[in-house]
Design a protein around this ligand. Structure first.
Ligand code: G3P
Ligand code: CA
Length: 303
């Protein structure tokens, strides 16, 4: 492996199990997170939604239909299957199903959880990571996303749950992310109030107006200059489709002390992975969200 990387810290870039390991097992499940960690992910990512009774669940979509068997068990509510119209107890009756290339099994892997493909609460994901770290001495981080539209209630509950489960400072290698830069500001301020300093990441697209690099905030169609991002975040999480995700962007971000994380890496072979991850490792990417944590690990370790 390389003796030095172009990352902000100089350490190897981190591999983030995006929603777990959804190329192989159902996304946002304890089984999927366990496989991601077994495959060498440094960090696991849960997106977070709120149930009707105010609980946090690991789920990407605002509705339950794409990833669970809700339609077989429940009638629609208000014409849809919004997470926010179902109680946690109801959601706990659902099974999470594989999407895309994923299956319900992975060769040689037996989940330790008796019910590995239910919808976990954020607390259950944090408990799982804590138990793994305690048993192994690993320092696997978590990367919860406060899903937009921006809701203070959601962000506050995520921060409080992190605090309750002992994820309180940057030494634990954890991040809180959101596409709403207003939301990221709120999260930063709330953590300050609570004496917490998990890293905050502002999501969007890398942009350049000819003189200033920034992150495009999709939630209100504005650009937040990197200099401003650095006042409330420790990193930016940018789409690989960004028009200006180039050496200049990395230099500008790193000069401000901002990490650059990219999403979403979906190479389907080791050859494709070497090319795709390799291109961004060379630029100095600090962490990579991937559906294929095994391929990310392999490329980083072999770099
Ligand atoms: O959080 C980075 C990436 O996960 C954002 O996209 O839609 O997969 O949450 P999404
Ligand atoms: Ca996400």
């Amino acid at each position: 492996g390389a003796t030095a990387f172009n990352t902000l810290s100089g350490a190897a870039p981190q591999v983030i199990g995006h929603r777990g390991a959804p190329a192989y097992l159902p996304e946002h499940t304890l089984g999927g997170y366990e496989l991601a960690i077994a495959m060498g992910a440094d960090i696991v990512e849960p997106d977070v939604q709120l149930t009707s009774d105010g609980f946090l669940v690991a789920m990407h979509d605002t509705t339950l239909t794409r990833t669970t068997n809700v339609e077989a068990l429940f009638a629609p509510r208000n014409g849809t299957y919004n997470v926010s119209d179902f109680t946690l107890a109801e959601i706990k009756t659902l099974t999470v199903e594989p999407t895309g290339p994923a299956s319900t099994t992975y060769p040689g892997f037996t989940p330790s959880s008796p019910e590995p493909f239910m919808v976990p609460t954020l607390g259950e994901v944090l408990d799982f990571v804590n138990a793994h770290n305690a048993a192994t001495g690993d320092k696997i981080g978590v990367y919860p996303e406060s899903k937009v539209p921006n809701r203070s209630e959601l962000s506050v509950k995520i921060v409080e749950e992190l605090q309750a489960k002992g994820f309180v400072n940057r030494d634990q290698n954890s991040y809180i992310q959101t596409f709403s830069h207003d939301g990221a500001r709120e999260i930063y301020a709330l953590q300050n109030l609570l004496g917490m300093d998990n890293a905050v990441a502002a999501l969007g697209a890398a942009v350049f107006d000819g003189s200033v690099y920034g992150v495009f905030d999709f939630t209100n169609n504005t650009v937040t200059p990197l200099e401003e991002v650095a006042t409330f975040a420790h990193g930016v999480g940018v789409t690989l489709g960004s028009p200006n995700l180039d050496a200049g962007f990395f230099a500008a971000a790193h000069a401000l002390g901002l990490e650059v994380h990219g999403w979403t890496f979906r190479p389907t072979s080791i050859e494709a992975a070497e090319t795709l991850f390799g291109q961004y490792i060379a630029l100095g990417m600090d962490a990579m969200f991937t559906d294929y944590p095994d391929l990310g690990r392999q490329v980083v370790d072999g770099y």
